[in-house]
Design a protein. Structure first.
Length: 135
């Protein structure tokens, strides 16, 4: 049985349904959870609740294992690296947003006269204080 709370993203499945959807045994899902490959949510009573994304990941684990011959440790590494790449991509998006905001702020300040443009130059001035000579 599935439990839905108003949308596809909120839909979760008991382990038996998730196993059937993924085409594997419930014990395999427990093993994958124990190994950290797929970590489902937990219900109040401790039962596993798999999201549609979890089921998709289970299918990918099965594909990598059976079709590509990747062992479970390799699959875990692939998942970890994929999650890391996703986190980095999210951070890049955040930084791009901050940069766009800063550029916009600079543009507005420039129009308000708060910033003074400084022309670019290739001149280099080196200041060296004179040393005091002792007599």
């Amino acid at each position: 049985m599935s439990r839905s709370a108003g949308g596809g993203d909120d839909e979760v499945f008991m382990i038996s349904v998730a196993a059937e959807l993924a085409g594997m045994h419930a014990q395999t899902l427990r093993t994958y959870d124990r190994l950290g490959l797929v970590r489902p949510q937990r219900a109040a009573g401790g039962g596993r609740r798999y999201s549609a994304r979890d089921v998709e990941l289970l299918r990918e684990v099965q594909r990598l294992s059976q079709d590509e011959g990747v062992n479970l440790e390799g699959i875990k590494r692939i998942i970890d690296l994929t999650n890391h790449v996703d986190a980095l991509a999210q951070r890049v998006r955040e930084l791009e947003s901050e940069l766009a905001s800063a550029r916009n702020d600079l543009r507005h300040r420039g129009h308000g006269g708060e910033l003074v443009p400084v022309p670019r130059t290739s001149a280099l001035v080196v200041w060296q204080p004179r040393s005091k000579r002792t007599r």
